[in-house]
Design a protein around this ligand. Structure first.
Ligand code: UDP
Length: 329
């Protein structure tokens, strides 16, 4: 009998897909979310839902004790690179302050398995692609720095120093660009203010916005626009279920990139959206957006080797199709 998993931020885009994957795998799930950006209806039907702040250590300890959780997954936080330049301190408050309070509560409660939602933004502008986990960590945005800070705190908490219990192991999954929606349309990307490329493009394709801008066409890439590695949210969710299984089976702590190892430019993505939607989009070109590295592509061989993960939705058109279907609902 496996113990329930606390999914912090489980009403958001990625957290809800992971909560669904855990529930589909027969796991009991407890979701803690303040619903600041998430939505109650994305939480799996059979999950326990608690509306509250992940940085409320007392609440977290009560939930962990009440449900007898052994493992947690942490998705809550602020995630928009450009916004983090406008308001850096809320990024430190939400991602590091609240994140640390959550971590501290988990350590105090004797939690043994901690899966953390990290990001490719920890690498900044990598020297070579695809980028392996051992590459230099030089985040170029407050967002990237705040995510890395908690990753480091987590690694220290799981070390065997005098103040750590030595009982916790972790998996930090560094996401590249996540897109798409659950095949059964139980969840998809929700954000009151969209900033991610595929979300914005499908909003344009479904008439929710008049058009969109390409932020910079003077990058040192073949067509001048930024290159990213887009991973389907359901493949990413499976990586989390496998990471938890790895820790529960006694596996060592690990840090793993999550991507497909293939890059698409902004223009490639917009061409694909036009193709899949069967219509032209109104696209203009604007200046570069602050904090955008020219190219990011994952070396995910560790994820495949250690967790036995292999992508099942590695198809840009399919990812866009599911994002469009979700948007059209
Ligand atoms: N982008 C764009 N127009 C938009 C949104 C994004 O040109 O309306 C570009 C952005 O500059 C970056 C790429 O698309 O080069 C991916 O950005 P996104 O915000 O989706 O993810 P990020 O890489 O910042 O996590």
């Amino acid at each position: 009998m496996t113990s329930p998993i606390l999914v912090a931020g489980g009403a958001g885009y990625i957290g809800s897909h992971v909560a669904l994957a855990l529930a589909d795998a027969g796991r009991k799930v407890v979701v803690l979310d303040d619903l600041s950006t998430g939505r109650r209806d994305l939480v799996p039907a059979g999950a326990v839902f608690v509306q509250g702040d992940v940085g409320d250590a007392g609440l977290v300890r009560r939930i962990l004790a009440e449900h007898g959780c052994d493992g947690v997954m942490m998705f809550a936080g602020s995630i928009i690179v450009s916004e983090s330049f406008q308001a850096p301190l809320p990024y430190w408050r939400n991602n590091v302050g609240a994140g640390f309070a959550f971590l501290d509560a988990c350590v105090a409660a004797g939690i043994r398995h901690f899966v953390y939602s990290s990001t490719a933004a920890v690498y900044g502008e990598p020297d070579r692609l695809p980028v392996p986990e051992g590459a230099a960590l030089r985040p170029i945005s407050p967002y990237g720095r705040s995510k890395l800070a908690l990753e480091w705190a987590l690694a220290d908490a799981c070390s065997t120093g005098a103040c750590s219990t030595g009982t916790m192991r972790f998996a930090a999954l560094r996401y590249f660009n996540v897109a798409g929606a659950d095949a059964a349309m139980r969840s998809g990307q929700v954000s009151p203010v969209a900033t991610h490329l595929i979300k914005i493009a499908v909003e344009a394709a479904t008439g929710k916005r008049p058009g969109l801008a390409i932020y910079g066409d003077d990058y040192p890439t073949p067509d001048g626009t930024c290159i990213r590695d887009y991973i389907h949210v359901s493949d990413l969710a499976e990586a989390h279920v496998r990471a938890l299984g790895h820790l529960e089976a006694g596996g060592d702590s690990l840090i793993a990139n999550c991507g497909y190892g293939r890059g698409y430019s902004v223009r490639d993505v917009l061409d694909a959206v036009e193709h899949v939607a069967g219509k032209r989009l109104d696209i203009r070109t604007e200046g570069r957006r602050r904090g955008d590295p020219p190219a990011l592509v994952a070396d995910s061989s560790l994820l495949k080797r250690v967790l036995g993960w292999s992508p099942r939705h590695d198809d840009l058109d399919l990812m866009i199709r599911s994002a469009l279907d979700w948007e059209a609902r």
